[in-house]
Ligand binder design. Structure first.
Ligand SMILES: *Cc1c(COP(=O)(O)O)cnc(C)c1O
Length: 409
């Protein structure tokens, strides 16, 4: 059994080679990437303890992202389900409508400190690209977003945002013309231009240093939650369960971070179960084999030859064949429990939460977490507190939800 080292942040639980539990993560990168990654690692490990950098980060978390985001009780949903108390952390109220803005902001601030004028990133569904270009505009960085041509044609609204924020979208026409290829192209570009250019990866995936920067950024969410819990309840409640959807795993890692050492608290990650008979984006739930994706070892959907498989989910943000090594580690250590919700269950959860608690308006990703809350709450005692991270706002999904639910707009 893997032990979690007490008092050590989640991101630092790796060994000297960057592996969590001895086998997840690492940095599987070509020789040409070793130097830029080493430079970035040294810079980040210094800046994360640098008082003036932390002051600057906290200033922009407050004055750009708008933290702390609200923590509220869902009274109608609690009453309707008749069991545990259901609370919600409304991370969707952050600037841009989702948690990806934390990572984008920190990477932009890092780029400034490193004296880089340019920033590049990859995007699949377009949210990481949208958030990075929004942060880049705020911090006067020139931004390029690498995006597969298939994604460009199906994510027109996010492309519109990126363009209006002044970013250049670089179309990637190789391979499957989606996220996987966009990441590879982006990395290739960074290798050739790393003297002037900083690179951001949009979730807790990629070579070890990118996982660390991302989870360090989203950890803000659980720091806020902890002080909000203490201010409401006087202390962190004993019977507490935290629920968060898991795609790459950045919002869940940030949501769990402060609570890893307190084993009374149950941590629940919800993956995308996809459509009936679909290609599920749930490598943790389905006990997938370990493989290497985007420079890190992790549980990943693959065929018998080890080729990465495509996934299918109603929630664009969860449609990813791999998952963060941080969550592979938490699963291996038995510290977090992982399960999945289907497309159908997520839609039903969206419907119920919207009807009873309209202002929450979760996007389809956190609707997966609400689906699990709805499943377990009725069976739990009334003094149990469930907190769901509503990490994204639904307006981006209105077309698809309206179509699925047969609403005439
Ligand atoms: C991108 C995204 C996700 C999935 O990414 P994680 O890294 O798992 O957090 C989940 N929810 C929303 C709203 C997203 O935009």
């Amino acid at each position: 059994m893997i032990e979690i080292k007490k008092g050590i942040p989640l991101i630092d639980q790796h060994d000297e080679n960057g592996f969590y539990a001895g086998k997840f993560g690492g940095s599987y990168v070509p020789e040409t990437l070793k130097k830029p990654i080493e430079d970035l690692t040294i810079a980040f490990e210094k800046l994360r303890y640098d008082e003036s950098f932390l002051k600057e980060r906290d200033y922009y978390f407050k004055n750009f992202i708008g933290t702390p985001t609200p923590f509220i009780k869902l009274e109608n949903l609690t009453k309707h389900l008749g069991g545990a108390n259901i609370w919600c952390k409304l991370v969707s109220k952050a600037t841009g409508g989702a948690h990806k803005v934390y990572n984008a902001t920190v990477h932009s601030l890092l780029a400034k400190r490193l004296g880089k004028k340019y920033i590049v990133g990859d995007t699949g569904a377009g949210y990481a690209g949208k958030m990075l270009s929004m942060a880049a505009a705020k911090f006067n960085l020139k931004c390029k977003i690498f995006m597969g041509t298939k994604d460009i044609s199906r994510q027109a609204i996010n492309c519109f945002s990126m363009k209006s924020f002044g970013a250049e979208i670089v179309p990637v026409d190789s391979g499957s013309k989606t996220l996987v290829d966009a990441v590879s192209e982006c990395i290739r570009y960074w290798v050739a231009n790393c003297d002037t250019t900083h690179m951001a990866i949009g979730s807790t995936v990629g070579p070890n240093i990118f996982i660390k920067i991302c989870a360090w950024s989203t950890a803000q969410i659980s720091k806020e939650l902890k002080s909000q819990l203490i201010s409401y309840f006087g202390s962190v409640p004993k019977k507490l369960k935290l629920l968060n959807c898991v795609g790459g795993g950045s919002s869940a890692a940030g949501f769990f971070n402060e609570f890893i050492d307190d084993e009374n608290i149950e941590l629940i990650g919800i993956e995308a179960g996809g459509p009936e008979n679909g290609k599920h984006a749930a490598p943790l739930t389905n006990n997938c084999k370990i493989g290497v994706l985007h420079g890190a070892a992790q549980y990943v959907l693959q065929n018998s030859e080890g080729q990465i498989e495509e996934t299918e989910s109603i929630a664009a943000g969860l449609d990813y064949p791999g998952v963060s090594p941080l969550h592979c580690f938490l699963k291996e250590a038995g510290r977090a429990r992982y399960t999945s919700a289907s497309d159908e269950e997520a839609l039903e959860a969206f419907k119920l939460v919207s009807r009873l608690e309209g202002f929450v308006s979760p996007s389809l990703e956190p609707s997966h977490a609400f689906a699990e809350a709805i499943k377990i709450a009725p069976k739990l005692s009334k003094d149990t507190i469930l907190v769901v991270n509503s990490c994204g706002e639904s307006s981006k999904d209105h077309n698809i939800i309206a179509e699925k639910l047969g609403y005439k707009l």
